[in-house]
Design a protein around this ligand. Structure first.
Ligand code: C2E
Ligand code: MG
Ligand code: MG
Length: 699
């Protein structure tokens, strides 16, 4: 019942129905009005005719009864009255004398002869001598005086003529008129509906188009060729829809497409992962999110400039799309295609909606890495990038986009730490270590502001005479709960969260201040400061060193900067460029942990370094392991020919010291002489002449 009622209500709301009903009502009202007017006129006519006829009947009757009335011949009068009332036009009649006494009556039982009549009409007729008539109820009363042939009034007649005819005629007319109006309505209503429908057709089109535009698509065109305001309105409507459509497409593009690569952006990818992961849970299959970060992109971007960097991203996007399409084709059709997206910076993601096994994801990741490793041609240069890929498989590693992206990102960071160009699947333990790392980073931020960092100093001893040759500055963190922490516990985290710049600057300034203090006390102790890759590669590194020297008032010859072999060899040209201005001022440079990297011999001879620091892993094993001894021997021989100073790190045993002396090492550093100690302790050690005692032990 309700649907029928709803449908009816809807139909009644339609403009065509409303206008048709209005037209119908107008037709009906106007027909009825016309008919009422016509009816009135016709009724008036008939009434006139009936009145005239009644008057005529009355007057003729008065003439006819004149003689019999004069003779007071009641019988004759009664006969005449009898004949008169036989006619349908007359219902009652009587004759009175001048005294208004009845001479004869059509109904003698009720009105006997000689009865006095007081009818005012009769009284007036007798008084005036003229016929009088009046309508009373449904009849016409006529009273006419009766004259003798000699013209003497002798009485009057009263005739009553019924108006039934008039009523009957009016009833007929009303029925006829109702029929006519119904007929008119029946004929006019469909015509009215047709006319209204035609007139409203363009509005109907506009309404349909507006409804379609609001619910389905804006891709609608309204064809209205009426040449009037409706056509103007329809054209304006078409233009408006086209503009809204174009604007919506633009907004969609801005919201969901990455402008540089034309790939879906983070939001679009997030939505797609949400849909696909939900479907995977319902259909009980698995898929994967690959998180990819380009290795070395930042460096290339910085040196090429933003425009070329963007081109590199475009090329990367194209390769990723090709690799993903290749995988889709290999999987055969029917399945959902993969989606490549750019999250921002050099981070890309790939969604694999359906996997037969996790090995498929590893295969795709490997294909992607291979695609990125191929050289890129930019402005005539060949550029080499790498990629680290993290994989999160759904639903087991997460079923919502945020979790999956976070887990794939954690796995990617792991792959990157392992050296890049690698694939790593997410493991739950990564979450824990990521959490710990987060806590550590937050604490480290506090450490700087709360002055929890300090610098320890470890002596470097000249082998030849046991003199104190310098100190290495080594940072320590006085952690409020964990106690004194060595750099191994926090330097990597500081590098990853970008705090290494601040920490490095702080250590550099503190070490310079300390060395300047010793210098002022008359003890020249060259201080070696470790510099991390990130700190060294930062814009303005050279300036920050000069500033620290200036601020402390330390002669540059008393500062040595240690760069690990891996930093020095990553981009030798750049290192030479960075180091040169500081060396010209007198600052010394040392290659730290030497022997662990893969130094190119050709570069080594050109590198502007003053010291080789032999990595402690070789020193530790040189007395027991032939290979380590050969490495130490080779480094020392090379340093000699390049005329460089050498420091053997991690000397713990007299035998190691002995072997190093035999091989011609110039400086030593290790627990055998002293652990790294606070500045005050170092000052005291130096004053006590500790190096001599250490060397004495070996002598
Ligand atoms: P490194 O520059 O090679 O420093 C030498 C490390 O060997 C120090 O560890 C030192 O305590 C340790 N060592 C010295 N003699 C011996 C020995 O006889 N036996 C053993 N087993 N170890 C010895 P530490 O202080 O824990 O520093 C570790 C690394 O952290 C340093 O290695 C350096 O690369 C880095 N580092 C320390 N301070 C800073 C800093 O201020 N900035 C940066 N960027 N890195 C720092
Ligand atoms: Mg060092
Ligand atoms: Mg070292």
């Amino acid at each position: 019942m309700a649907p029928i009622r709803n449908a009816f209500a809807r139909i009644m709301k339609s403009l065509v129905v409303k206008f048709t009903l209005l037209a119908g009502a107008l037709i009906l009202v106007s027909t009825l009005l016309l008919m009422a007017m016509e009816n009135r006129a016709a009724r008036g006519d008939l009434q006139q005719r009936l009145t005239e006829r009644a008057e005529l009947i009355g007057q003729v009757f008065a003439l006819n009864v004149a003689d019999d009335a004069a003779d007071r011949n009641a019988d004759a009068l009664e006969r005449r009255i009898g004949r008169l009332v036989e006619r349908p036009e007359v219902t009652e009649a009587y004759v009175v004398d001048l005294n208004r006494r009845i001479l004869a009556h059509s109904n003698p039982e009720n009105a006997p002869v000689s009865r006095l009549v007081s009818n005012p009409l009769v009284v007036m007729a007798l008084g005036s001598g003229d016929a009088r008539l009046e309508r009373q109820g449904g009849a016409i009363h006529v009273a006419a005086p009766v004259y003798t042939s000699a013209g003497r009034m002798i009485g009057a007649v009263h005739v009553i003529a019924p108006m039934d005819e008039l009523e009957a005629a009016s009833g007929d007319m009303l029925r006829r008129h109702i029929l006519i109006s119904l007929f008119a309505l029946a004929c006019m209503l469909p015509l009215a509906a047709l006319a209204v429908g035609r007139a409203l057709a363009p509005i109907q089109k506009l309404t349909d188009a507006a409804r379609a535009a609001s619910t389905k698509s804006l891709d609608v065109q309204i064809e209205v060729k009426t040449g009037d305001e409706l056509e103007v309105l329809a054209n304006a409507f078409n233009r408006m829809l086209a503009r809204i459509d174009a604007n919506l497409k633009r907004i969609h593009r801005l919201a969901y497409v990455d402008m540089i690569t034309e790939l879906p952006n983070r939001e679009r990818f997030r939505k797609e992962v949400e849909r696909v992961a939900h479907k995977a849970v319902e259909e009980n299959h698995s898929g994967a999110v690959l998180f990819l970060d380009l290795d070395r992109f930042k460096r290339v971007n910085d040196s090429l400039g933003i425009g070329e960097g963007d081109r590199l991203l475009e090329m990367t996007a194209r390769r990723l799309r090709e690799a993903a399409r290749g995988c889709d084709l290999a999987n055969g059709d029917g399945g959902e295609p993969s989606m490549v997206a750019r999250l921002g910076g050099d981070e890309f993601t790939i969604l694999l909606p359906k996997l037969d096994s996790p090995a498929d994801a590893a295969r795709v990741a490997q294909m992607v890495i291979n695609a990125i490793r191929r050289p890129f041609e930019i402005s005539g240069h060949q550029l080499f990038l790498g990629a680290s890929v993290g994989v999160a498989v759904f639903p087991q590693d997460g079923a919502d986009p945020e979790t999956l992206l976070r887990h794939a990102d954690l796995a990617m960071a792991c792959a990157k730490r392992a050296g890049g160009n690698a694939v790593q699947f997410f493991e739950p333990s990564m979450n824990q270590s990521a959490f710990e790392r987060l806590v550590l980073e937050n604490e480290l931020r506090e450490a700087i502001s709360q002055n929890q960092l300090t610098v320890f100093y470890q002596p470097k001893v000249r082998l030849q005479d046991g003199a104190l040759a310098g100190a290495e500055a080594l940072v320590r963190w006085k952690h409020p709960t964990a106690g004194l922490l060595a750099p191994g516990a926090f330097i990597e985290a500081a590098e990853e969260c970008g705090l290494i710049g601040e920490i490095g600057d702080w250590v550099l300034r503190a070490a310079c201040r300390q060395a300047a203090e010793w210098h002022r006390q008359g003890r020249d102790v060259p201080v070696a400061v470790n510099v991390s890759a990130m700190q060294f590669e930062r814009e303005g590194f050279c300036e920050s060193v000069l500033e620290a020297l200036d601020a402390a008032g330390l002669p540059p010859r008393l500062l040595e900067i240690e760069l690990t072999e891996s930093i020095a060899m990553k981009d030798p040209e750049r290192v030479i460029e960075q180091v040169q201005p500081l060396r010209e001022r007198g600052v010394n440079f040392a290659i730290d942990d030497f022997g662990t990297g893969h130094s190119s011999l050709s570069y080594l001879t050109r590198m502007p370094f003053d010291v080789f620091k032999i990595d402690q892993s070789f020193v530790r094993n040189m007395t027991t392991d032939e290979h380590s001894r050969i490495v130490v021997e080779t480094i020392l021989a090379m340093a000699r020919s390049l005329k460089l100073e050498t420091v053997a790190e991690g000397v713990e045993e007299p035998a190691q010291l002995e072997a190093l002396r035999d091989l011609g090492c110039t400086l030593v550093q290790g627990y055998l002489f002293s652990r790294p100690v606070p500045a005050e302790e170092f000052t005291a050690l130096a004053a006590a002449g500790f190096s001599a005692s250490a060397l004495r032990k070996t002598a």
